[in-house]
Design a protein around this ligand. Structure first.
Ligand code: ADP
Ligand code: MG
Length: 217
């Protein structure tokens, strides 16, 4: 049988002495679309950060793409292959303009200038943000930032999408569009959301994170 794309084994995590996750087991297989709900502060963002290697678990094992990931360098490949949408768009966007932010990921993946230009154009027209390309990030509204942040993740064409509250701050029209994108372009994802309707439209299975552990909802 093929390895899961992401496998967490008995993961526990604390911020200093404040325990957030205890003995979490979780798997995401290629082709699977999973939703994750849970009260505010239950540890959903923390869990995504552990998968990306931004936070190190207190104990337990992380396997991604069939390899155990422990050290910082193990996660470099993970960050190229999994696309994380940060809950807070300001954590995602750090270039002077929208165009540069969308280009950053593909450039980092070693694409040449011409390829990157094509990707930026394709993604901008897909997300309907051509008119924003030259705009400095600080001149975007919250909703526009969210769309641009999503565009930067899609521009990397990741194997799987980890989306932290992707629909928050989006108007109904853009939300519908995002649901369509997720249906058409995304094969594998883990979506953290409080928006049950959004999840119903985008994932096959929903888990809940509560009392420091994950349960099928
Ligand atoms: N850097 C941090 N230092 C200390 N506590 C934190 C830190 N980040 C998050 N927390 C706490 O850890 C818990 C889980 O946070 P988080 O993963 O962001 O929850 P969620 O995404 O489910 O709302 C919360 O109680 C939060 O206040
Ligand atoms: Mg969160």
């Amino acid at each position: 049988m093929k390895d899961p794309l992401i496998k967490l084994e008995n993961i526990s995590f604390s911020y200093n002495s404040y325990s957030v996750l205890e003995n979490i087991n979780f798997e995401l297989n290629l082709g699977e679309k999973i939703g994750l709900i849970g009260p505010n502060g239950s540890g959903k963002t923390t869990l995504l950060f552990i998968i990306m290697g931004f936070l190190k678990p207190l104990s337990g094992k992380i396997f991604i793409l069939g390899k155990e990931r422990k050290k910082e360098k193990d996660f470099l490949e993970v960050r190229q292959k999994l696309g994380l949408l940060f809950q807070d768009s300001d954590s995602q966007l750090f270039c002077p303009t929208v165009k540069e932010d969308i280009a950053f990921g593909p450039l980092n993946l070693g694409k040449n200038r011409k390829e990157v230009k094509e990707i930026v154009e394709k993604i901008a027209s897909l997300f309907n943000i051509k008119h924003l390309l030259e705009r400095p990030i600080y001149k975007l509204s919250g909703g526009e930032k969210k769309v641009v942040a999503l565009a930067t993740v899609f521009a990397m064409d990741p194997i799987a999408y980890l989306l932290d509250e992707p629909s928050s701050g989006l108007d109904e029209e853009i939300k519908k569009k995002l649901i369509e994108f997720l249906k058409v372009y995304v094969k594998t994802c883990l979506i953290v959301s409080h928006d049950h309707e959004f999840l119903k439209a985008t994932v096959e299975k929903i888990y809940i994170l509560k009392n420091k552990n994950i349960y099928l909802y």
